[in-house]
Write a protein that binds this ligand. Sequence first.
Ligand SMILES: [Zn+2]
Length: 131
Amino acid sequence: MGLFTIFERETVYFKDKTGFIELESCPTGGIICTKPLSFINKKMHVSRTYWLNKDYQRAIEELKIAYHKTFEINQSDCQPCAVLFRSTIIKSLEAIHEDLLKMTSGIFKANRFKPSLDMAVNVLAEVRAGE
Ligand SMILES: [Zn+2]
């Protein structure tokens, strides 16, 4: 676990700004979805901090809360926004899952991350079932 790993992980997370969601494509100009979006972005930011500290379970928990928040956007105009928010959150969950797969396999595997990996697998299955 050197600096390079942290840098690499950070790059994955912020790739083409997918780590934080922007409102450019909202048909209402963000009138409806600004509030849930700011909540979701806050959760994603907190999740990222947990992730960088290898507190994977809390990182996943924050993303799960953010994911459920997207269902509060039920106006038809903002359905594309809700879908975009969900897919961005799922991408973050997938990146954490990949990270955990690396941590729990190979010569330097850390079994203490196994419960976090199980949690990532379960939450991913849950959110994918909701798509
Ligand atoms: Zn919107």
